[in-house]
Unconditional design. Structure first.
Length: 380
């Protein structure tokens, strides 16, 4: 496995060109760069710019990963640049982006399902709780749109890798892959985001592992609140995640997986309203086993913070996440992951190769819930 970084979230990224961000990542000792969208590299899909980016990445010995945009028709209006790229047709804009990425041999492509609205109250920060568009309708629209893009992905030899983003559960992402087809659709496993849905990050990694083709890595700090649990981002090794178990689960199916660090740029406290019956009802797949593990991890973090082994809530909220802190986040995470990989005797897998055997059916754990725990809905 190789350890790289999110090119959009590198400190100072917006002031540099894509090639300059590659060079900045190399100076930090990174193995590669993930660009959230190809439009961050060139809004016009300029082939000269893209080819120069590929040439420089190869010259520096860096992996290069690319993303597209959201695949939720209910959220597409929030990305007008994609529709404009398609001359008024969002689908045409996505296809143009896919073709441009394939031309520089970037065929593992990130896609997302919704957005996070920090200015809204309570759990309405998540598009999962939109009142104008039920989440079930959004999921149906996402699946339909992925089916539209599937033939293009197959023709180009690409995978559209749906992120385990803040609003969607790992169970739902697995069902999307299996419904549309793992020959064209994969998963981007984000370790911190699955926690926002109350899931155990290790169990979630095992659940999605057969289909994971990209990743975003970061840890979490968890604190009890009056509404349930608050989640903040932390460098790997400074939170509560079991990284040997997570990397082991992912590496079993894709030993050459790239681990792209997505560092924090602020001190956002992501809410988990685990005391609210409406929140619980919106997570029918969540098991008592995983929710209990989330509480255990919360208590574990608080105990370590009280013992001076982790930053306290007051320290985190009172300390700015400025440029130097962001760089420390990246370097600390890279060092921790590489130490684990070296200890485990991790081979330098071929990142563009297929995992050991394509998934032949169900992932680890049933899509509808873990076998060893009742659903939260049934338990209430």
């Amino acid at each position: 496995m190789k350890v790289g970084v999110d090119g959009r979230k590198l400190p100072g990224a917006s002031t540099r060109s894509a090639v300059e961000n590659l060079e900045a990542a190399a100076e930090l000792g990174m193995d590669g760069v993930f660009f959230r969208t190809v439009l961050d590299v060139t809004p016009t899909l300029d082939r000269h710019v893209l080819k120069e980016l590929r040439r420089r990445a190869d010259e520096l010995g860096l992996y290069l990963e690319m993303g597209l945009a959201k695949v939720n028709p209910y959220a597409n209006a929030e990305a007008p640049e994609v529709r404009e790229l398609g001359g008024g047709d969002y689908t045409a804009g996505m296809v143009r982006m896919m073709r441009a990425c394939a031309e520089i041999d970037c065929r593992e492509l990130w896609v997302g399902t919704a957005n996070y609205k920090p200015g809204l109250p309570g759990y309405h920060v998540f598009d999962r709780f939109r009142t104008d568009a039920p989440w079930s309708d959004q999921l149906a629209g996402i699946e339909k749109f992925l089916r539209v893009l599937r033939p293009v992905a197959l023709d180009l030899g690409c995978h559209l890798n749906v992120e385990t983003h803040e609003e969607i559960t790992s169970f739902e992402v697995v069902r999307l892959v299996e419904a549309v087809g793992p020959d064209a659709i994969g998963i981007t496993y984000d370790s911190a985001n699955v926690v926002a849905r109350g899931e155990d990050p290790v169990a979630a990694a095992r659940r999605v592992a057969p289909y994971v083709r990209m990743s975003h890595v970061r840890d979490v700090a968890l604190f009890r609140t009056d509404y349930g649990i608050g989640r903040m981002l932390a460098p790997c090794g400074e939170g509560v995640m079991d990284w040997p178990a997570i990397l082991g689960a992912l590496g079993e199916h894709r030993p050459g997986l790239r681990l792209s660090i997505e560092n924090s740029r602020d001190r956002t406290i992501m809410p988990m309203h685990v005391y609210d019956p409406a929140w619980l009802a919106a997570h029918p797949d969540l098991t008592t086993t995983e929710l209990a593990e989330t509480f255990r991890l919360t208590h574990a973090y608080e105990d370590m913070a009280a013992a001076g082994e982790r930053p306290t809530f007051d320290h985190l909220t009172g300390t700015p996440c400025d440029g130097p802190e962001q760089l420390r986040f990246i370097s600390r995470t890279a060092a921790h992951l590489r130490e684990i990989l070296a200890t485990d005797g991790e081979p330098d897998g071929e990142p563009d190769g297929e995992p050991d055997g394509e998934p032949d059916g169900e992932p680890d754990g049933e899509p509808g819930g873990e076998a060893d725990g009742e659903s939260v809905r049934a338990a209430r």
